[in-house]
Write a protein that binds this ligand. Sequence first.
Ligand SMILES: C[S@@+](CC[C@H](N)C(=O)[O-])C[C@H]1O[C@@H](n2cnc3c(N)ncnc32)[C@H](O)[C@@H]1O
Length: 481
Amino acid sequence: MTQRSGSPKRSPRSGTHGGASGGAAPTSAGGGDPARRAAYDVLCAVLRRDAYANLLLPSVLRDRGVSGRDAALATELTYGTLRGQGSYDAVLDVCIDRSLASVDAEVVPLLRLGAHQLLATKIPPHAAVSATVQLSRTVVGRHRSRFVNAVLRKVAARDLEQWLAVVSPPRSEDPLGSLAVRHSHPRWIVAALAEALGEAPDGELRETEQLLTTHNERPLVPLVAKPGRATVEELSHSGAVPAAYSPYAAYLPEGDPAALPEVHQRRAAVQDEASQLAALAVLRTPIEGRDAHWLDACAGPGGKAGLLAGIAGERGARLLAAEMRPARAGLLAGAVEGSAGEAQVVVADSTRPAWRNDTFDRVLVDVPCSGLGALRRRPESRWRRTEATVTELVPLQRELLERALDAVRPGGVVGYATCSPHLGETRGVVDAVRGERDDVTAVRAADQLTGVADVAAGEYAQFWPHRHGTDAIFVALLRKH
Ligand SMILES: C[S@@+](CC[C@H](N)C(=O)[O-])C[C@H]1O[C@@H](n2cnc3c(N)ncnc32)[C@H](O)[C@@H]1O
């Protein structure tokens, strides 16, 4: 529903824009400014259709033939605006005479896009305002572009630090609230991350702040060289830098990973290094006796299954990769295709397994989770998740771990993994399941991750972006007896 845009508040005080110095000048109006137009269209789709920026933006750029500097600017504006949204919204709320929530859904992305350029880029303020207003004329009409102009002029009156001093609560009074506004995260996520890091919510929250800062930085692209099909050495000849922890990982400092021949030929893929290590930890855990039947119980879209299937070839094992959603099972089939080992893909519900109990020597159960561990790479996801996202998933996570423990043979190992550090879906799930069974002991996960500093979370392992440069992946290793 379209609503009136409202009018801007009077500027609290005028000042200079400290963040602006040089940088790209805009081209012309919306149609002649492909970078801002692409960013705007993607931001609208994220807001109104729950689109994923990292999937939509590349296709928008490709379809419109946007490349080079324009593509780089569109990417920076899209991701930067989504990452900074919490801080920008707090500023915009002060600059409008009513709440930002009541402003038209077509206009809000323009205000955020303008605020991002003004507060966090080197684009000169006059250029940021005029280019955004020109775009506004094209996409929402002259009348509403005047509103955008007036609000952005208010925003331009201060730089980001000055604004944050106005709109964030004092750190001494409300540490969580202050970090939430300053680092643009929902408060409940800041609280959950602090808890997982073991920091008191009313304390200094130094490490939590480091983590939040990392979430707002552009991550390097992590690659996996699929075992038996590509090597890290090959990837490094293509410009990637070998990773510190996973023998299969390398980081691409810049450029499009799809342009690498190894990725194009599907001998390598984009995969987080800690995701690789979660799968490797399951394979490194010593077991006695047979080591031939492996199960990946939640395998789609196949990142970890691709790695497991490759190593299965080297170790003479067979992988069964199960995924409930047919479309994701299709991606999974593509991920294991051509791997050195024998891998079978099944569309199956792993809470009602089609396999007998006590069957597998190793089981990985990489459960559906809130994804709070991948906030760097999915800039909009922090605004989509709620605390209910976490609590609603817990029964399924417990059920999947229970059935994985049933599926493994006595003496075998189960690896429980999440792409989330939230205690409710990590330690909470594993401890609860262990509390109900007398046939399980934990294997110290950090011992299977030698060389990775500060990864132990008691008997379990927790990777962190600010410590390891990876996603915040959690791993627990459980042996059945
Ligand atoms: C975190 S993702 C797994 C990611 C995957 N291991 C990888 O590395 O690419 C969880 C997957 O579990 C699937 N899933 C959810 N419930 C399931 C169930 N009951 N049985 C099997 N798969 C399920 C989801 O569709 C999703 O693809």
